[in-house]
Design a protein around this ligand. Structure first.
Ligand code: G3I
Length: 467
């Protein structure tokens, strides 16, 4: 297979002002590869690249202490374009004693991901588990202040660097009651702690997506109904919430529910994104692969399903290692589950182009470019540029794509991008496998644009230069 690079770039327009990140930060290039097929067809060869072609991400939970392991880092950097710190952002890791914050391990994961242009999910700000002992000893008013301060400190430290935060995690009980789970927050602050956490979070980083995240909410049941009612209430009352995370930890006792897709869809219909946040499925072989296929297809079928994160890079370090629940085995080999996920992503339907502009006749020895939008979601769209050789063969091509702020390109595929210092102009060059075009032949590259409130601007193409 021929690999080339896909770049993902975490865009920073509004967040720049706050974080003062260097504007000249070059677009980082991941090792996520694509395999280019003949003509205009292409099929991505990594999970992240393929998901990007569908306007989604494919991420993994990351443990900082494994980043130094070459095989781990290689698999992470090759396959995944979203990272979730598995434990490093939790309360016991970040505020082990009151007011004393430790970001070292979480910083390592964030900089590893962002240094490659990948995005990060923040996990998690308010959770009953992995709480340091001092939290349980606080009075109601002290706990309220401590929770606000914890949210504020973490979100300030990472302001502009986190795609989505799990603001509150696992606040509902299992079983049929639909009640809130007992926790220091629930027991002392009452139901209002969730709303308080979301309002505080929005005030600290208005550009991060704010998620409620839970497990055993993957199908319609009493627990997911209770979460649904809360999200509906939040939307009705204007309490800030942008997304709901479905952890999706599955095994034989808790398989992928038959109404998985319908459940995602009913939440999406409330006007929130849905995200599959901690996917793992115990098992092996075809049965495991088929379950993964169902999950991927469900996400692809729900336009507001923003992406999928698997809860670990390799079975070796899974929290359920004995259940071999991930897509890479303990030696980083691709399992049938991996192939199933990649196939499902690559087979995902892309709606017909919303507009097709026929390219002008290509000049001899030169090339032309034409643009079409291939898919649109509430917050983003995919664009495709077709590059066509003129009446003689060419061995390479370059063109530019200019976007209009506040739109931002968040992912590209089938080319080698570089960026001007403003971040508005992307120069796209052929990759190692799609530069050679016979006379009249064409290839294409693509990109995802986050609209950020501007849904009408259309990317502008520069001219095509051939070599
Ligand atoms: O790092 C220490 C090590 O120094 C120590 O020797 C060892 C002894 O117990 O513990 C190690 O820490 C463990 C940590 O994982 C890192 O391996 C903790 O004990 C252990 O409790 C912790 O488990 C994590 C678990 O959350 C905690 O509840 C798992 O890694 C993590 O995968 C899991 O993730 C959760 C999500 O956050 C929320 N949804 C469910 C999911 C699975 O339980």
């Amino acid at each position: 297979m021929i690999y080339d690079n896909v770049s993902r770039r975490y865009h920073r327009v509004r967040s720049f002002a706050r974080t003062a990140l260097p504007l000249g930060l070059a677009a980082a290039v991941t090792a996520a590869g694509l395999v280019a097929l003949s003509g205009t067809a292409s099929a991505a060869s990594t999970l992240g690249a393929s998901a990007a072609e569908r306007g989604r991400y494919f991420g993994a939970a990351v443990a900082a202490n494994h980043l130094g392991e070459a095989d781990y880092a290689n698999a992470l950097h090759t396959e995944f374009n979203m990272a979730t710190p598995e434990n490093e952002m939790k309360w016991d890791a970040t505020e082990p004693s009151q007011g004393s914050f430790n970001f070292g391990n979480a910083d390592r994961i964030v900089s590893d991901a962002r240094g490659r242009g990948n995005r990060v999910r923040g996990h998690t700000l308010v959770w009953h588990s992995q709480l340091p002992g001092w939290v349980s000893g606080l009075s109601a008013s002290a706990l309220s202040s401590a929770m606000n301060n914890h949210i504020t400190q973490l979100m300030t430290h990472y302001r502009g660097q986190i795609y989505a935060w799990d603001v509150v995690n696992e606040a509902f009980q299992d079983g049929g009651s639909g009640a809130r789970r007992s926790s220091p927050f629930q027991d002392r602050l009452g139901n209002g702690f969730i709303e308080q956490a979301f309002r505080t979070a929005r005030s600290v980083d208005p550009n991060a997506k704010l998620c409620y995240n839970d497990y055993n909410t993957d199908g319609q049941n009493a627990k997911s109904n209770a979460v649904f009612a809360m999200v509906q209430d939040f939307k009705n009352r204007g309490v800030p919430i942008d997304c709901v995370g479905f952890q999706s930890h599955f095994n034989s006792a808790s398989p992928v529910p038959s109404d998985y897709q319908q459940n995602l869809q009913r939440f999406a219909n409330l006007g929130v994104d849905v995200q599959i946040t901690e996917l793992d499925i115990e098992g092996s072989g075809t049965a495991q692969a088929n379950s993964y296929t169902r999950v991927v297809n469900a996400c692809l079928a729900v336009s507001r399903c923003a992406g999928i994160t698997v809860w670990g890079v390799t079975d070796k370090y899974s929290w359920r290692a004995s259940g071999t629940p991930l897509v890479l085995d303990g030696n980083y080999n691709k399992k049938p589950a991996y192939t199933a996920v990649l196939t499902a992503l690559n087979n995902g339907t892309t709606p017909p182009p919303s507009s097709t502009t026929p390219p002008p006749p290509p000049p001899p020895g030169g090339c032309t470019v034409s643009y079409q939008e291939t898919q649109r979601w509430p917050d983003r769209y995919n664009g495709q540029v077709t590059v066509r050789a003129g009446s003689t063969a060419i061995t390479g091509w370059t063109t530019t794509v200019t976007i209009t702020r506040p739109q931002q390109i968040s992912a590209t595929w089938n080319g080698n991008p570089t960026w001007d210092s403003s971040g508005n102009v992307m120069t796209m060059r052929n990759n190692s496998s799609n530069g050679n075009l016979a006379a009249g032949a064409s290839t294409s590259f693509g990109f995802t644009v986050m609209m950020n409130g501007n849904s009408t601007a259309v990317p502008r193409l520069g001219s095509c230069s051939a070599s």
